[in-house]
Design a protein around this ligand. Sequence first.
Ligand code: AMP
Ligand code: MG
Length: 421
Amino acid sequence: MTKPNIAPPPLRNDCFALPAGVNWTPVDDALALLRQRLTVVKGAETLRLEQATGRILAEDVISKRSNPPLPNTAVDGYGFAGAAPEGPQVMPLHPGRAAAGIPFDGTVPDGHALRVLTGAALPAGVDTVILEEDVTVQEDHIAFHGPLKQGANTRRAGEDVAEGDPVLPARRRLTPADLALLSATGLAEVPVRQTLRVAVLSTGDELVEPGEPAGPGQIFDANRPMLLSLIARMGFQPVDMGRVEDNRDALRARLNRAAEQADVILTSGGASAGDEDHVSALLRQAGAMQEWRIALKPGRPLALGMWDGTPVFGLPGNPVAAMVCTLIFTRPALGLMAGEGWQAPQGFDLPAAFEKRKKPGRREYLRARVRDGRAEVFASEGSGRISGLSWAEGLVEIEDGARHIKPGDMVRFIPYGSFGL
Ligand code: AMP
Ligand code: MG
């Protein structure tokens, strides 16, 4: 049954409201709120398999054909009926052979063997195969040593997947291996979500485009190239909305355009409560802004709001904080809106190669990498050190409470790859 392609209703204006009276929201509470409030915003389309890699299934997919479709031989050898007992065996060789795609039409008489090649459907009268390396062939007989179990070296029809079985569930992001599975089970096209479009916009009077002349006090826009490529790597469609100076009218116009062209807007800079923080000011004016003060380092307040029905993630301007906030908060939120469900990044515990004392009260993410089975962290925790982001291959996550980590103590490492990068 084909379903009509209807996008779900837009998110509500109050979807980022925070509980009253909480000063610093713990990371887990912030994640739970996002998970509870956000829903899928994209409709479905049908794509041929070769276009579907990296896309998200919109429905459960059911096998149209068993894999393997027929019982077949797993090896090159000789097929016959039933188990062979202990001891030397001699069998007459039946004329003909069965190969992959070229079945043997007749029936192999009981006590006779037929030449079979890997992948060939088992002919009538064959349910067991002896490996060719274990056989001597002389004139029109074969000889080998028993015992051999009935069914040896064969594959049952549907032993991998049976027709009508579930193959992959809705919300699955399709991998190359999934395409093999879908093909093998008779599926040529799949229902997938339309790709979530994510607008990226930089704000700040100090920013110039990489490659342009930069005056004193100016810096190159580092966030936009980073965020656009993060979005693409995570499997969403980046929409480059450029840079805007700290000017409310210009920013308003750009947000209007972004809301037309994308499903979600990411801004960086201008998200705090200062004079030049126009992202938060405009969202507040629109009556749909929440300042999320999350207890994490590195981080600054996130401005979460709705602009013309489109969710806006107002990220901190500092590139280190912008990337960490994107990985920890924005990525699972985008996944939910895109239809892949809530994807928590998978980390693992391994010994630290460093020492660190941490005070209680907030969660910390350190720029880290693994060498010789131990987690190393970047020499400086300075949040302006973009070189550390680039040096790192993931994050060490340190829980909210106090901790004194000594070399060899176990720490949680989350590779960048676990965030879909
Ligand atoms: P803001 O959040 O606008 O107060 O910015 C915080 C810090 O991040 C300031 O030092 C900004 O200059 C810097 N910053 C803001 N946007 C960017 C950007 N796109 N690339 C590099 N640095 C930025
Ligand atoms: Mg700024």
